[in-house]
Ligand binder design. Structure first.
Ligand code: CP
Length: 317
């Protein structure tokens, strides 16, 4: 039987997202215990395939699998047969021979997970594919925000900076809109994706003062590795002056997020990055919990009595 996958946030409807956030709450209870391990996925195999650099996503998926007692194997681009020119298709076919339950894939190419899913019976989780999608980042951001504010309905989130190259903004905006939030993209003209307003149902602005109305200011990383020879902004110093987020731009009570890794002094000031009221570390904490919930969700029958009973069983020590 081919399994459900999570390749784009649009794979989930409002009920799916609500269910995963509820399940995340239950796994958060597990993380509050002395022994932070449950037998939920005992006998299951998870292969994490990271062909592009990662700290947060890679470690949280590995820990999430281990905390649920799965067998977890990590494959990186460097040091694997990818170095010898093996194609993604052949790597997936090879690993599929071990009958994994889940393949977690990060790749620099947009669409890599769609290709991979054609060659495996495992559930595929997109852990970030180029500038396309990062659905588990969107879910962990929603979880973080709901914990911080109590509700997503009617919340106004402004994504600021390099939206053009940002899978975080693309998945995040879709997920937030699905849950009834308002989203604004605030960028220099060169870093605004064409058709964002119509395609994603967001407001767009080139004026940083428009973050004033937002409940949440989400600073985006300048993605130098996706900019080629550059030319998107006159200089990083000018960008930081015009669009960098710091205390001077915020009004009291506004929440600040950043998916990391941060370019301190570019999209976010040093002071703000270190401010304990910014949600950056909370986002990282949420990552492991939400990824536990996503893996559990893909391997159970959601929306059925069996599914909800299974959550109770899943968090039982
Ligand atoms: N936010 C995020 O995806 O971080 P990593 O690249 O460190 O996984």
């Amino acid at each position: 039987m081919s399994r459900r996958s999570l390749i784009a946030i649009a794979d989930l409807d409002r009920d799916d997202i609500a269910r995963i956030l509820e399940t995340s709450n239950r796994f958060a209870e597990v993380m509050a215990r002395d022994i932070k391990k449950v037998p939920t996925l005992r006998g299951r195999a998870i292969i994490n395939m990271f062909f592009e650099s990662s700290t947060r996503t890679a470690t949280s998926f590995e820990l999430a699998g281990k905390r649920m007692s799965a067998d977890v194997v990590n494959v990186k681009g460097s040091g694997s047969s990818v170095d010898k020119g093996e194609t993604l298709k052949d790597t997936v076919l090879t690993l599929n021979a071990y009958r994994p339950d889940i393949l977690v894939i990060r790749h620099r190419a947009a669409g890599a997970c769609v290709v991979a899913a054609r060659h495996t019976d495992a559930a595929v989780i997109n852990a970030g594919d180029g500038k396309h999608e990062h659905p588990t980042q969107a879910l962990l951001d929603l979880y973080t925000l709901r914990r911080a504010t109590g509700t997503l309905e009617g919340l106004h989130v402004a994504f600021v900076g390099d939206v053009l190259h940002s899978r975080v903004a693309r998945s995040g905006a879709t997920a937030l809109r699905t849950m009834g939030a308002k989203v604004t993209f605030v960028t220099p003209p060169t870093l605004m994706p064409r058709g964002a307003a119509e395609g994603l149902g967001v407001d767009v602005s080139y004026d940083i003062r428009d973050i004033g109305d937002a409940d949440v200011v989400y600073a985006l990383r300048m993605q130098h590795e996706r900019m080629g020879k550059g030319g998107f902004v006159p200089s990083l110093r000018e960008y930081a002056t015009e669009y960098g987020i710091g205390h001077h731009r915020l009004r009291p009570g506004q929440l600040v997020m950043h998916a990391g890794p941060m370019n301190r002094g570019v999209e976010i000031t040093d002071d703000l990055a270190d401010d304990p009221t910014a949600l950056v570390t909370t986002q990282v904490e949420s990552g492991m919990i939400v990824r536990m919930a996503v893996m559990f969700d893909l391997l159970t029958e959601p929306g059925t009595r069996k599914g909800s009973d299974a959550v109770d069983e899943a968090v039982a020590a």
